[in-house]
Design a protein around this ligand. Structure first.
Ligand SMILES: Nc1ncnc2c1ncn2[C@@H]1O[C@H](COP(=O)(O)OP(=O)(O)OP(=O)(O)O)[C@@H](O)[C@H]1O
Ligand SMILES: [Mg+2]
Length: 311
């Protein structure tokens, strides 16, 4: 049995004046995923998110979110979906805790449960120690963390974060990413937009890359990585002294070696599995020095660059 689809769009399109900013988008996100929406500035990430929430109307196509139509049922969608916008806003004269109390009240969460959840999320996003400070005195990063807490207090079925780590320090980024990764285990599917590939690679199970309003690629990170390396999954770099074509041929003859490229004393071997032992053996047996060997798994940068070079 497949998992339930939480977000599904079919030919979703948005135009501003004559410019098509989201173009026939077909997106499908399963329950329990951490989905990363990637793409350069102006690609249409925020516009897509706003359509998922019913905050802006598509000119064509359909959207289903938690089985609902956000264009027709925005309030029902709001009950199940948490959203952190690009720019978070709070009551500056209230404390962090008071702001969250207010959200809990709006969502009809009982007093005792609200206390418990608020303490838990303040801790989770790392601002428990400033819970009783007025938000007007918060730094940008502290407000950003409160924005995430705000979404989590209502324990939504789907949480959408528009650039959740923008403005955070490196420690904050790690903390928030760890938290994102835990959310599916707590019953919340996550959609996050981001510019930072390594972040997305660290926490997302699948991604979609938008370019000029079009989804140029969608899939699990694992699958996309394989595709990006044209069948291979690992890059093994070997440094030796003056490699000869004969050595290259010997390495190419190892089963599962996809490709060998040379650049001076460096050999780059693309493989399907970790062949370091086999490769080092043939290098040494062919009487070449093995100065060093490095293994690299594919990187999301490879995927991103591949699609942007092609696009
Ligand atoms: N209200 C609006 N009126 C007119 N054009 C708009 C409006 N909102 C967005 N756009 C345009 O739509 C395009 C997509 O914008 P969007 O904000 O969705 O991009 P994004 O991928 O979120 O970019 P960023 O990474 O900078 O946040 C841009 O060209 C933008 O100028
Ligand atoms: Mg945006």
């Amino acid at each position: 049995m497949g998992r339930e689809i939480v977000v599904e769009t079919c030919n979703l399109t948005k135009r501003y004046d004559s410019a098509t900013v989201v173009d026939s988008l077909n997106l499908s996100i399963e329950e329990g995923e951490v989905f990363g929406l990637l793409g350069p500035n102006g690609a249409g990430k925020t516009t897509t998110i706003l359509m998922l929430l019913g905050l802006t109307e598509p000119v064509a196509g359909t959207v289903r979110v938690c089985g609902l139509d956000p264009t027709r049922q925005p309030l029902e969608v709001k009950r199940q979906v948490g959203y952190m916008p690009e720019k978070v806003g709070f009551y500056e004269s209230l404390t962090a805790r008071e702001n969250l109390d207010f959200i809990a009240e709006l969502n009809a969460i009982g007093y005792v449960e609200a206390r418990r959840r608020i303490d838990e999320v303040l801790e989770g996003v790392g601002i428990a120690q400033v819970a009783d400070v007025k938000v007007g005195n918060f730094s940008r990063g502290m407000k950003q963390r409160l924005g995430i807490a705000d979404v989590l207090v209502k324990k939504p079925r789907l949480a959408i974060f528009d650039e959740p780590t923008a403005g955070l320090d490196p420690e904050g980024i790690n903390q928030i990413l760890d938290l994102m990764a835990k959310l599916p285990g707590m019953g919340t599917t996550v959609v996050m937009s981001s510019h930072r590939l390594y972040e997305v690679q660290r926490v997302c199970s699948s991604i979609g890359i938008l370019s000029k309003g079009k989804l140029v690629v969608q899939g699990s990170i694992d699958e996309l990585g394989r595709q990006a390396l044209a069948g291979g999954r690992y890059r093994i770099e070997i440094e030796t002294r003056r490699p000869t074509p004969a050595l290259v041929d010997t390495i190419k003859a190892i089963p599962d070696v996809k490709e060998v490229k040379t650049s001076g004393d460096l050999l780059m071997v693309i493989t399907d599995s970790d062949l370091r032992a086999e490769i080092s053996k043939v290098v040494v047996q062919s009487d070449f020095l093995l100065i060093q060997m490095k293994i690299q798994e594919f990187n999301l940068d490879d995927i991103y660059m591949k699609y942007f070079h092609e696009g």
